[in-house]
Ligand binder design. Structure first.
Ligand code: BTN
Length: 254
């Protein structure tokens, strides 16, 4: 029998400075922390992103948050959990802060083409079942300047709106949405796919280049599969299902 998910963000542990909230949440998960536990740091000294990249985490400027999840699902269903997080952030940006967050597959949230949020889900899998997952969410809230390597591609709520809000205000607004969409990922996956597609301007008919470990393909996006893979149609009509890799949305030539 599957039990309903626990409330996400109960409890919240706040720390001043930590290497990475994902590391702290993982250690707590390994010591038996229950689903829902959330770690929020004012600063990360080794914040990390997808594909081995670092995540700039200066004190008080961003939301650096990680949650312990214990979904009773097979490993193949974990993609939907990641999509749920991107939905919660994009919805919160749009509905709570009047910032037009746009999701790029699988889970970057962009504003005017610049990244405002990154999500890193790290899962422990045994015999094809998820033992636990740590969902790390980084949101650029108050930054006015970014490190040189991301400066041209990053933005923050402050830069977009001129409003100084606290990272914690964003967390408090977003957590109920995350709770809602996480539960939906487990019980009504089709709703997650539909909402994700609504919040992504590049989910259909966008020209993309997808770079993965050993291949590069280009084609037009054709939405998501029921499991959350991105469907890309090549120029010969063949359809590929993308489950990992880096997606670059390219301008259409007129
Ligand atoms: C990405 O590359 O887009 C993912 C970035 C994820 C950053 C967040 S900040 C909180 C959590 N702790 C980390 O070290 N990374 C994630």
């Amino acid at each position: 029998m599957t039990s309903p998910p626990a409330k996400l963000g109960d409890p919240i542990l706040r720390v001043e400075s930590i290497s990475s909230t994902n590391d702290m949440a993982r250690d707590l998960a390994l010591s038996g922390a229950a689903e829902g536990l959330c770690v929020i740091a004012r600063e990360q000294t080794s914040g990390r992103g997808r594909q081995g990249r670092s995540w700039s985490s200066p004190p008080g400027e961003g939301l650096y948050m990680s949650l312990v999840l214990r979904p009773e699902v097979e490993a193949s269903q974990s993609a939907l959990i990641t999509l749920a997080a991107a939905i919660a952030v994009a919805e919160s940006l749009r509905l709570d802060f009047d910032v037009h967050g746009d999701i790029k597959w699988p889970n970057d949230v962009l504003v005017n083409g610049r990244k405002i949020c990154g999500i890193l889900v790290e899962a422990a899998i045994e015999r094809n079942r998820l033992q636990y997952a740590v969902m790390g969410i980084g949101v650029n809230v108050g930054q006015l300047l970014f490190p040189e390597q991301v400066r041209d591609n990053a933005t923050s709520i402050m830069l977009e709106t001129g409003r100084a809000i606290e990272p914690d205000d964003f967390a408090q607004a977003m957590l109920p949405r995350l709770d809602h969409w996480y539960a939906a990922a487990l019980s009504q996956p089709d709703r997650v796919i539909t909402r994700w597609e609504e919040l992504s301007s590049s989910s259909h008919d966008s020209l993309v280049r997808v770079e993965s470990a050993d291949t590069v393909i280009e084609g037009l996006t054709r939405g998501l599969t029921a499991a959350g893979a991105l469907v890309v149609e090549l120029s010969n009509g063949e359809r590929c299902e993308i489950v990992s890799g880096e997606v670059k949305v390219r301008p259409m030539s007129s």
